[in-house]
Design a protein around this ligand. Sequence first.
Ligand code: BGC
Length: 283
Amino acid sequence: MDTAFQAADPAPSPLPRRRLLEGQQALVTGANSGIGKAVAVALGEAGADVVVNYVAGPEAAEAVAEEIRSHGVQAMAVQADVSREEDVEAMYEHIFATFGTIDILVANAGLQRDAAFERMTLAAWNTVLGVNLTGQFLCCRAAIREFKQRGIRREISRAAGKIICMSSVHDRIPWAGHVNYAASKGGVAMLMQSLAQEVAPHRIRVNAVSPGAIRTPINTDAWETPEAYAALMRLIPYKRIGEPDDIANAVVWLASDESDYVTGTTLYVDGGMTLYPGFEAGG
Ligand code: BGC
């Protein structure tokens, strides 16, 4: 098989999207770039009104909201640092005042602060855990409160609410040099499952998507040059980098009634990265 793929390989063309989420309201955190942006646009294409959360860069967030509105739904950009309780509470208040309620939360905001362990500062540890794990806790808690007190809107969805936690293959694959990040995503896995167990009787579904290497700004170093791309391909049996839309497709499905019996699950969208590719010809 020819594995001489280039960083410039074109992304597969987008699939047509059905309006599976008509009439629903969604919040996507960290939606001004990368995976969050693709997810927010896809939810809009699927018929949902979308809140585009961002922490910095209002212009980019407003551009995403504009793109979403071109699909005939409502969208607004809302600034909040998800690691800060008062920011999260104020964001939700603003959402309820404007949209009335929410049906879907995509807890996506995440970042990396990589360092060799002995050089990892407490600040780098706290920032990563604060955004990637505490941020998901705070955003999930506010969403759960709303889902529970409002209940099911039968004309909208079979569930009282849907949460999709953005995790990573590094909730399973240990990652040297990125201990804070891997620890945060390992935490997301248990946050998601324990919460799913707790709220399932209320017909609230909580799932995670674990992306592998996706072509986004967080990991430019891993795919930007032909050498880096070739090295990356050794970790990906499917032999292409993931596109933000690959993740968006999974999120739309998990947010829709097509996955109504799915809760507490992590969907790995990784081109086989979690299949131990090092064992392809060994062991
Ligand atoms: C990280 C990326 C990395 C990918 C695969 C993601 O969770 O954010 O930087 O390329 O995992 O290792």
